[in-house]
Ligand binder design. Structure first.
Ligand SMILES: Nc1nc2c(c(=O)[nH]1)N[C@H]1C(S)=C(S)[C@@H](COP(=O)(O)OP(=O)(O)OC[C@H]3O[C@@H](n4cnc5c(=O)[nH]c(N)nc54)[C@H](O)[C@@H]3O)O[C@H]1N2
Ligand SMILES: Nc1nc2c(c(=O)[nH]1)N[C@H]1C(S)=C(S)[C@@H](COP(=O)(O)OP(=O)(O)OC[C@H]3O[C@@H](n4cnc5c(=O)[nH]c(N)nc54)[C@H](O)[C@@H]3O)O[C@H]1N2
Ligand code: SF4
Ligand SMILES: [Mo]
Length: 723
């Protein structure tokens, strides 16, 4: 998730001079992290603090014990109340699964086969960097610097390895940047349009809620450390409602599962408003004082009566009425959203409509009432972003920003001015995680494209690279782990010497900068120095918390004033200071039917959901780990009995799921977890590791959401037949 409210004007950038001691001369020998670490190669046990790097709301704290430079124990930090001593199942064996995995890349590799074939030979860092430097200089001379594209994402969401040095490098080059839109691309701007913030109720305050709606989020799987708070609230008498088109692991546990058709949340929420307004279940005083646009909204929702939206949402009229009444009377009511709501064409307006609900009922007045979404603004305020985001102050800046959702189109567009001639892919696996993967494949096959990938493994994407560099894992480098789902900040200490020739992403970009002749001081800052500088902040959230404190404790909870009731008295961060029902740019939230041609509807009559409903994989990560593969089994298609019968499909049949973009082979699971007309498959499997060689994103469309240029991944039509 792209998440940051940076306050780069708060503090002057500290001159590096003596402080920046990462040296480019050393760069080809040892990563900087090694210099700062002690206690290796000894039989004494050393303990290190760390944080999970995954793009996950939980950002768990961990503890690593090391002897003789080897990890001897690894687990969740027991002292951190949010992590509560337990990592999720897919991370419990992380050192063996990732760091010590026998397939891990440990030397730079140069392609010797055809693109995608996977034939490589080892090459030295020096030789590879030199060859890339020569090609880049020539490309920039011939096509301009914006023909080089930076494609980094959230493979690690820890700040230093996610972005710091790469952003400096590409800003210095004036390359093209990538817009981080695939996750949060619609929900974040949409919530900001309404509330001016994505931060609302704090995760722990859920225990005070008495009517909890988990709206398009699979808490039990995707936000596992939030689940105990759901259970605590339930014990105290809360009713748990899940709104999800699929019977997710979380929906199974709900007191009431509302199962609308995908992409219809906006109609459902507007219809709830219709009921609440008609039955005078709104808090008129809250509306009058702290909101704007009510008169127009009231008029607008007249056309969203439960009767009229019943067919759109596929829900009985009575359920919509009951839902609206119960929600309005909840004391207090809480709506929890993450990203499930956004991945469709109506995702932006769906989010806006849902984000308006708490201001209609005045739910914000009480602790545990309101909307719970994302917490990234906490670190956006607290940390020293002037230093971390120094690239924003550089005299040169990226020349254009391109949308990652349409990477396939971009790579194939020979009319782009300039055409993309070189791509650096790090912290991302677009061949598995971005839509329309067969188009991406075609783009990456271009012989005139220089592709450089930094990775832990020879992923589907890495196979298309000209050069692949071995990246360090979280056990081997310095970092800072902020969070978008809770309110703790962590440091990550390197616990072991990097295996083989692996180097941190930051070091790759320092070395590449040196090769390109970029002598700027900012490339000399070490990773440890960057971590240190992040805590050089006078923000009250970090009162008493500095680098020394973090070195000792590993994590800290921000010092947030309590009780945290951000909108009890309005105080929205919008231009008007009010909760804005009408947005300057998007008007009132409105349901828009996705228009498909009649031929498309006939040829591909089913809607396909591709959701992250495995426990063992994290996006595309861990899908190459044997014991997790065995636990998950082969991917399958959930299909309703009616749709199966119409196609003569039996449970366990091998199926072809296909459309104009791709064809996937899966086993049939005739299932009551999905409605007729909709089918569902798990996302995360690597195409090359399953039969047929194609997976979820070989089928998905790269169309954009209504707001923010996000990914309408779930608006995907397919046909299903026996293979
Ligand atoms: N169909 C479908 N597609 C989806 C989704 C969906 O629900 N359905 N979900 C979307 C969402 S929400 C997201 S966030 C994206 C995620 O998309 P990605 O960020 O591309 O996915 P990941 O598998 O998390 O990470 C990508 C790679 O980063 C690598 N990596 C990890 N740490 C490091 C490091 O320190 N250095 C380097 N160089 N590499 C590292 C991992 O090995 C992994 O291969 O996918 C999206 N795609
Ligand atoms: N185990 C595991 N945990 C993860 C991840 C992972 O890959 N595996 N990925 C991490 C990442 S990157 C993210 S962003 C978070 C995401 O966490 P969540 O926000 O929970 O998102 P998803 O898992 O993408 O989808 C949640 C639910 O939304 C439902 N959904 C789909 N379309 C619609 C719709 O139109 N309306 C409604 N109401 N619901 C809909 C899906 O059926 C699914 O059950 O999870 C993180 N945690
Ligand atoms: S993936 Fe999420 S839940 Fe699992 S250890 Fe990492 S942060 Fe915690
Ligand atoms: Mo995500």
């Amino acid at each position: 998730m792209n998440k940051k409210e940076s306050k780069i004007t708060r503090r002057k950038f500290v001159n590096l001079g003596a402080k920046g001691y990462a040296s480019v001369q050393l760069a080809c020998a040892l990563p900087v992290s090694v210099l700062a670490n002690t206690g290796r190669n000894s039989l004494e046990t050393s303990t290190f603090h760390g944080v999970c790097y995954h793009d996950c709301p939980d950002s768990c704290s961990w503890e690593v014990k090391v002897q003789d430079d080897k990890v001897i124990s690894f687990g969740g930090d027991k002292a951190n109340p949010f992590t509560a001593g337990k990592l999720c199942g897919k991370m419990e064996t992380f050192p063996d699964d990732i760091t010590y995995h026998p397939d891990r890349l440990l030397t730079p590799m140069k392609r010797i086969g055809k693109k995608g074939e996977g034939k490589f030979e080892p090459i030295s860092w020096e030789q590879a960097i030199g060859e890339i430097g020569d090609q880049l200089k020539q490309t920039i001379t011939e096509h301009g610097s914006e023909s080089v594209l930076s494609h980094g994402y959230m493979g690690t969401q820890s700040i230093v390895q996610k972005t710091v040095m790469s952003s400096r490098f590409f800003a210095r080059m004036e390359a093209s940047d990538i817009a981080h839109t695939i996750c949060g691309g619609a929900v974040i701007p949409a919530n900001f349009e309404v509330n001016g913030t994505a931060m609302g109720v704090l995760p722990e305050d859920m225990v005070h809620s008495r009517y909890i709606i988990l709206w398009g989020t699979n808490t039990k799987n995707s936000n596992v450390h939030q689940w105990p708070f759901v259970l605590k609230a339930k014990e105290a008498g809360a009713k748990i409602i899940v709104v999800d088109p699929f019977v997710s692991a979380t929906a199974k546990e709900a007191d009431w599962h509302i199962q609308p058709l995908p992409g219809t949340d906006v109609a459902l929420a507007l219809s709830m408003m219709n009921v609440m307004i008609n039955e005078d279940l709104v808090d008129q005083d809250y509306i009058d004082n702290y909101t704007s646009g009510y008169k127009d909204l009231k008029e607008h929702v007249k056309s969203y009566s439960p009767k009229s939206v019943s067919d759109i949402c596929g829900l009985p009229e009575e359920d919509i009425i009951q839902f609206a009444r119960e929600y309005a009377k909840g004391d207090p009511s809480l709506i929890r959203i993450l990203v499930g709501i956004e991945h469709n064409y109506n995702g932006g307006d769906g989010t806006r409509a849902v984000a308006i609900l708490p201001s209609l009922t005045g739910a914000w007045r009480k602790l545990g009432g309101g909307l719970m979404h994302l917490t990234f603004e906490m670190s956006g305020r607290a940390l020293n972003w002037e230093r971390l985001d120094f690239h924003r102050q550089m005299p040169t800046q990226p020349k254009r920003t391109l949308n990652m959702v349409q990477i396939g189109q971009l790579l194939n567009n020979l009319n782009l001015d300039p055409v993309i001639k070189s791509i650096f892919i790090y912290n991302s696996n677009p061949m598995v995680t971005s839509p329309n993967a067969n188009l991406t494949k075609k783009g990456l096959e271009r012989e005139d494209l220089l592709t450089v990938v930094l990775e832990h493994f020879m992923t589907e994407t890495a196979k298309y690279a000209d050069y692949v560099f071995p990246a360090t894992t979280q056990l081997e480098h310095w970092d800072i782990g902020d969070s978008w789902g809770q309110v703790y900040i962590n440091i990550n200490q390197p616990a072991i010497t990097p295996l083989g020739e692996a180097k941190p992403n930051s070091e790759f970009f320092r070395i590449m900068a040196h090769e390109m002749g970029y002598t700027d001081e900012c490339f000399k800052e070490s990773d440890m120095d960057l971590v240190k500088s992040a805590f050089d902040s006078d923000h009250p959230y970090l009162d008493g918390i500095d680098f020394e404190y973090m070195q000792k404790n590993g994590w800290a909870r921000y010092k947030i004033p309590e009780p945290f009731l951000p909108h009890a008295d309005g105080n929205f961060s919008t231009a008007s200071g009010k909760c804005e029902f009408i947005s300057q740019s998007s008007g009132l939230p409105t349901y828009k039917e996705v228009s498909y041609t009649e031929k498309e509807k006939t040829d591909h009559p089913l809607q396909l959901l591709t959701i992250k409903n495995t426990k063992g994989f994290h996006n595309s990560s861990h899908a190459n780990v044997k014991h997790l593969q065995q636990k998950e089994g082969l991917p399958w298609l959930d299909i309703h009995a009616d749709d199966a019968k119409a196609r003569d499909i039996q449970n366990g049949d091998e199926l072809m799921i296909f459309n104009q973009r791709g064809k996937v082979i899966l086993e049939a699971k005739i299932s009551a977890r999905i409605r007729p007309g909709v089918v569902c498959m798990p996302h995360g499997y690597w195409p090359s590791l399953i039969k047929g060689g194609q997976a979820s994103n070989n089928l998905t469309d790269d169309q954009l959401t209504d707001i923010g240029g996000g990914a309408a991944l779930q608006d995907c039509r397919v046909q299903v037949a026996k293979a």
